[in-house]
Design a binder for this molecule. Structure first.
Ligand code: MRU
Length: 475
């Protein structure tokens, strides 16, 4: 594994790197342990975990550059030479009064951030793929909506209710396949109902929605940690050689918030001492694998190799893959799973060659209201993503392209669905129903619990209210 493709040799620090390895392993061990065992601190976890994990990780993974990274990205983004960014990165962080996203369109060579101060900013960021990945977009949408509610503290109840509902619907419509988005908006709107949709008390509404967004982020962090740990336990055992895993798209912290799902499993296993290597599908046409997964695995020190998507079947045929691990954008009630385009052919090839195919996803990605894969709406994206490679047209002018962002893998091709409530096995219908029951008994306080941390206070709330209600319904 390389230190980053564009980093000149003189900038590599081998001594520091080996020191980092031990620290890095410890960080991920501690992080996963903290995530898994601190259920009692889930409420209020999001803010503090984000701060501490980002600080600890930046300092540990990049002690020299870490301080500069924490202070913002100015040092890095204004550096004269293009140096591949390094240091632990989650999809977003909280910065006092705004949400700051890593602009994932620019990775892996440029690290820029994008600020979100309202639901309309969040909708823009999701639609434009500044942030992507099913769990991450649900969390960003929830925080964006809470930020808009914060701006509406002094607005009248009817204007406030209209603005919040409109913004929630606009956010939910930005990307139709990933159910986490609709799920997060449903939770936020349920919380709004709970506190009083037409309440005169704008502060209570803003505080309640902020609390719910905090819970959504905190629970996601904990759930991803739980499922990563459970998934690591069921990985195949091999003797005398590294375990060979294959993954598609991107399922690390960039896609999930603070932790990962399929890549979380990889990291928990690797930092728990498993000798392993990951084959990374490049993931045409948007290249989430080559651009983002390879970058995240490099940050985490996990050995990996990028392959063209069409090489996966040959690897499976040659017995060079022990298990395939993917995420999910929506799992139907019967276990049929929508995930990044290319997942279905991978599942077919894995089944043909008798290789376990594991879907790793939180229950927020499972939609009991969608009976099967045929009912999952598939997002269609611009033909340009297929016809152009990094901006350059590669097909004859005027060529048409079909570009569905996701495909559906039938439940029959899936060996197991790894969730925070356990590793589900076929038949998935009853297993999914039981997992939801278990989740409900683990978190009975959901929706009606009060806010846990100080929400942001917008001093200019009155002035901003009108603007927010006008813009946040877009999208
Ligand atoms: O179009 P994207 O990049 O948002 O698609 C992401 C995926 O398909 C991921 O595999 C999925 O969201 C699972 S992320 C844990």
């Amino acid at each position: 594994m390389s230190d980053g493709p564009e980093r000149p040799p003189e900038e590599r620090r081998p001594d520091a790197a080996s020191e980092h390895d031990a620290e890095r392993r410890k960080f991920f061990r501690d992080f996963s342990r903290e995530v898994v065992t601190s259920a009692a601190t889930v409420i209020n976890m999001a803010g503090s975990l984000q701060r501490t994990s980002a600080q600890a990780a930046a300092a540990i993974l990049d002690p020299v550059g870490g301080a500069a990274l924490l202070g913002g990205l100015v040092a890095e983004t204004t550096a004269p030479a293009p140096v591949a960014p390094s240091g632990f990165r989650a999809a977003f962080r909280w910065n006092g009064d705004r949400l700051v996203l890593v602009d994932q369109r620019k990775l892996p060579h440029v690290l820029e951030e994008f600020e979100v101060t309202s639901a309309s900013d969040a909708a823009y960021a999701i639609r434009e793929m500044i942030v992507r990945g099913a769990p991450a977009i649900g969390q960003v949408a929830a925080i964006g909506l809470a930020l808009t509610a914060n701006r509406l503290r002094t607005a009248g109840p009817f204007a406030r209710k209209a603005a919040i509902s409109g913004a929630a619907n606009g956010l939910a419509a930005t990307r139709p396949t990933a159910v986490n988005l609709r799920w997060a908006m449903d939770r936020m709107l349920a919380r709004l109902k709970d506190v009083g949709e037409y309440s005169e008390d704008g502060n209570a509404v803003a505080d309640a929605l902020w609390g719910e967004a905090e819970r959504i982020v905190g629970e996601a962090t904990e759930d991803h940690g739980r499922l990563a740990t459970l998934g690591a336990e069921v990985l195949p055992r091999v003797d005398g050689r590294p375990l060979q895993l294959l993954t598609h798209c991107n399922t690390g912290p960039l896609a999930c918030g603070q932790f990962g799902t399929a890549l979380g499993v990889v990291q928990v296993a690797f930092h728990g001492g498993r000798d392993l290597h990951v084959w990374v599908d490049e993931t045409r046409p948007y290249l989430q694998g080559a651009r983002l997964t390879a970058w995240e695995l490099a940050q985490a020190g996990v050995p990996h190799t990028v392959v063209a998507d069409v090489a996966a079947a040959s690897l499976l045929a040659a017995g060079r893959v022990d298990a395939v691990l993917v995420g999910a954008d929506r799992i139907a009630a019967n276990g049929d799973t929508a995930n990044k385009l290319g997942t279905y052919p991978l599942a077919l090839a894995a089944a043909h060659h008798g290789v376990p195919f594991l879907v790793c996803a939180p229950l927020s990605s499972v939609d009991p209201a969608t009976p099967d894969g045929a009912a999952i709406p598939i997002e269609q994206r611009s033909p340009d993503e297929v016809l152009r490679f990094r901006g350059t047209l590669v097909a004859p002018e005027g060529t048409e392209a079909w570009n569905p962002a996701f495909d559906v893998t039938p439940a029959g091709l899936i060996s197991a669905i790894v969730t925070e409530e356990g590793v589900l096995r076929p038949p998935f219908g009853p297993a999914i129903a039981a997992a939801f029951e278990q989740a409900d008994s683990r978190r009975p306080e959901r929706v009606t619990a009060g806010g846990a941390v100080d929400p942001p206070r917008d001093e200019t709330a009155g002035a901003a209210a009108g603007a927010a209600s006008a813009t946040d319904t877009a999208g």
